[in-house]
Design a protein around this ligand. Structure first.
Ligand SMILES: O=C(O)C(=O)CO
Length: 308
């Protein structure tokens, strides 16, 4: 008999098909009574998992979460209950970093706007507005974890002057650390957000940080919408406090604030930074491999036991 895997949230079709080939899948019904006998459950980074969900699953031993973010999973409750938490940080690093660079160019060099300009037949009558150069400019990275480092390497390779901020300095990293995000924004032409979401980073980028970034500044966010005070960002884009933004994440997804849609100086992406053919295949393979390791009693990266 195949093992039953409980789905705590909707999951992408490729992952569902791969899991269904090996396991019996059942959907979670939140109001339901406890479900004994379930050892493995699956969630998504943005859906997370709560202690209340764990409490209904007395035999749960593995929670597998698709994604790098852990801020919506109650890791302390999982640890207390002896539930391992598998997740997929490493496989998406390079593609998410590429997406950040893509959004940086798209916003600074007005790539999406240029496309709209040509399609609207405006080229014959008008000249497109000027973009902002990126070479020799300063990039500020907020959060120098796996993805932040991959972005920093790319910016350095493009000839940008890289500095960063985060909760603590990392002496092994080659780029200057600034403890204060406003000071980082002040020295940066592009501010790129790559920090985890959650309590400590809520609205880290506020009106003051945007003012420090300035009227030729570009904001890129591939982290979480919660890291930015979105009201302040919309005002800053409307009144030219900053030049442009490239955003993959929003405070509300997919129902983002409609005011973004009216702004030409923002490039919008549907939380798609990790959506490549290669990374999707790697994510699915990693989730299956971690489940195999769990079932065979072999080690795997477990966020609940602190091996993050
Ligand atoms: O991995 C994550 O945390 C995501 O945001 C999924 O794209």
């Amino acid at each position: 008999m195949t093992e039953t895997v409980l789905l705590l949230s909707a999951i992408p079709a490729d992952l569902r098909a791969a899991l269904a080939a090996r396991y019996t899948l059942v959907e979670d019904k939140p109001a339901e009574a406890p479900r004994p006998g379930i050892r493995i459950a699956v969630t998504m980074a943005l859906a997370g998992a709560t202690e209340a969900q764990f409490a209904r699953l007395p035999d749960l031993r593995l929670l597998s979460s698709q994604g790098a973010g852990l801020e919506r999973i109650d890791l302390a409750a999982a640890a207390r209950r002896g539930i391992a938490v598998a997740y997929t940080p490493d496989v998406m690093t390079e593609d998410v970093a590429d997406a950040a660079i893509g959004l940086m160019y798209a916003a600074a060099r007005r790539v999406a706007e240029a496309d709209r300009f040509v399609r609207a037949g405006r080229w014959a009558q008008e000249r497109m507005g000027l973009g902002i150069s990126l070479h020799r400019k300063a990039a500020g990275i907020v959060g120098l974890g796996r993805i932040g480092q991959a972005i920093a390497r790319r910016c350095a390779g493009l000839g940008m002057d890289v500095a960063w901020t985060g909760p603590r300095p990392k002496p092994d990293q080659p780029w200057p650390f600034l403890a204060d995000i406003r000071a980082l924004a002040e020295r940066s032409d592009v501010l790129i957000l790559a920090t985890p979401g959650g309590g400590g980073t809520d609205r880290l980028v506020d009106a003051g940080v945007l003012a420090a970034l300035g009227p030729r500044g570009v904001l890129v966010n591939i982290a979480r919408g919660s890291v930015v005070d979105e009201e302040a960002l919309i005002v800053a884009l409307q009144d030219g406090t900053i030049a442009a933004a490239g955003l993959d994440v929003f405070a509300r997804e997919p129902a983002l604030d409609a005011r973004f849609l009216a702004l030409d100086n923002v490039v919008l992406a549907p939380h798609s930074a990790s959506l490549t053919i290669e990374t999707r295949a790697a994510l699915v393979a990693r989730i299956l491999a971690d489940m195999d390791a769990f079932r065979d009693g072999r080690a795997f990266l477990d966020a609940a036991s602190g091996a993050v």
